[in-house]
Design a binder for this molecule. Structure first.
Ligand SMILES: *Cc1c(COP(=O)(O)O)cnc(C)c1O
Length: 366
């Protein structure tokens, strides 16, 4: 039972491909690229959005667009690309521990990590649960810091009706095949201002501002026409897929509620969720089996959960030498990383399969 990516109907894809073949325009801000940017602005309820060939290049470019340098405060509990994007910009990552309730960066610990070299905060809306955006904004305003959200998990998520990607100076989405909405590979930067949008347009196209002017050492991170049409078609079916994910989450929630040693995120009533992931934490002492043992038992039954995020970014050889990467600085993140399994979660999971997963988890409880 491997994850199912969201795939548009193949028959619907053919006419779009025929149009691309007729237009003979394959990339570089083609019509479908422009259309997808507009449609995503409407769907996400944001003012400006720049498509990218992947989320990692969007993160790297977001930092470039705001000329971030020195030190950036971030979370170790994320996908490695979050920290890699800092490294690719010669920025020193400074890790801050997470909240046990949301697994997001703990705002109470941010101020202690600020130094004269700090220029920005890069939090992650982990599993699509919004960060404490108000508190992060308050700190950023006091210290004159920029905020760039890694919103790779937060496609379509709203808090009190507000799109979460509207918070911060910039928010970065990923449209990788494993995400709720995909363009096979892809990503985007959400910004608030026409001028920033234009600058990002230059940066993702080698820095070209017109035919003969290069204004920055930009990168090539353009999304092509074929993937843009894949996105246009996926956008039409994504609501239905989210609805199906929601049903899966509801079954997990109901059936796993009273199992000793299994914990999961509460439902936050003010949040309109995208049900991207369903993480559980396994407490070995109460459950009677370790996270890794349960993970391997699941695999033997062809159930492929993911230890996502394990290992922590701060424990990878590349980053573990940093002073802020020391486990004593990050007790909550280290604990959660040692207990987490993301259960299978996609729009094609059938009730019997979900119940099979639950039965296995129940059966192994001591
Ligand atoms: C998927 C993901 C990324 C990277 O996106 P790509 O499109 O795969 O480059 C970055 N951050 C987080 C939290 C992600 O889950």
């Amino acid at each position: 039972m491997v994850t199912s990516p969201l795939l548009p109907n193949l028959k619907d894809f053919i006419p779009y491909l025929e149009k691309i073949w007729q237009n003979k325009w394959l990339t570089n801000q083609g019509d479908f690229h422009e259309e997808l940017e507009l449609e995503l602005c409407k769907y996400l309820d944001v003012k400006h959005l720049n498509l990218f060939s992947n989320g990692t290049l969007a993160l790297i470019t977001a930092l470039q667009a705001l000329r971030i340098s020195g030190e950036v405060i971030t979370t170790p509990y994320s996908f490695v690309a979050t920290t890699h994007s800092l490294w690719w910009n010669n920025i020193k990552p400074v890790f801050v521990d997470i909240e046990p309730e949301t697994f997001n960066i703990d705002p109470k610990r941010i101020e202690a990590a600020i130094t004269p070299a700090t220029t920005a905060i890069m939090p992650v809306h982990v599993y699509g649960t919004p960060c404490n955006v108000k508190e992060i904004e308050r700190i950023a305003d006091i210290y004159g810091l920029r905020v760039i959200y890694d919103a790779a998990h937060a496609f379509g998520v709203k808090q009190n009706g507000m799109p979460v990607v509207n918070f911060g100076d910039l928010s970065v989405l990923s449209f990788h095949a494993t995400k709720v909405f995909s363009t096979v590979e892809g990503g985007a930067i959400v910004c608030h201002d026409e001028k920033v949008k234009q600058r990002i347009d230059f940066l993702k196209n080698f820095g070209f501002a017109g035919e003969t002017t290069v204004v920055a050492p930009g990168i090539n991170a353009k999304l092509n026409e074929i993937q843009s049409t894949f996105g246009l078609l996926s956008l039409k079916i994504v609501d239905d897929a989210i609805e199906k994910r929601k049903k899966v989450a509801e079954i997990y929630r109901k059936e796993l509620a009273n199992i000793k040693g299994i914990r999961f995120l509460p439902e936050f009533p003010d949040i309109q969720h995208n049900y991207a992931y369903f993480p559980i934490l396994v407490d070995e002492r109460e459950y009677g089996m370790s996270r890794d043992a349960l993970y391997e038992t699941m695999q033997r039954h062809n159930i492929y959960g993911r230890r996502y995020f394990y290992p922590l970014i701060s424990n990878f050889p590349t980053y573990r030498g940093l002073p802020s990467a020391q486990p004593e600085n990050l007790p909550v993140a280290n604990l959660v990383a040692s207990q987490v399994i993301c259960l299978p979660m996609h729009h094609e999971l059938r009730d019997e399969q979900v119940n099979g997963i639950i039965d296995l988890i129940v059966k192994n409880c001591k």
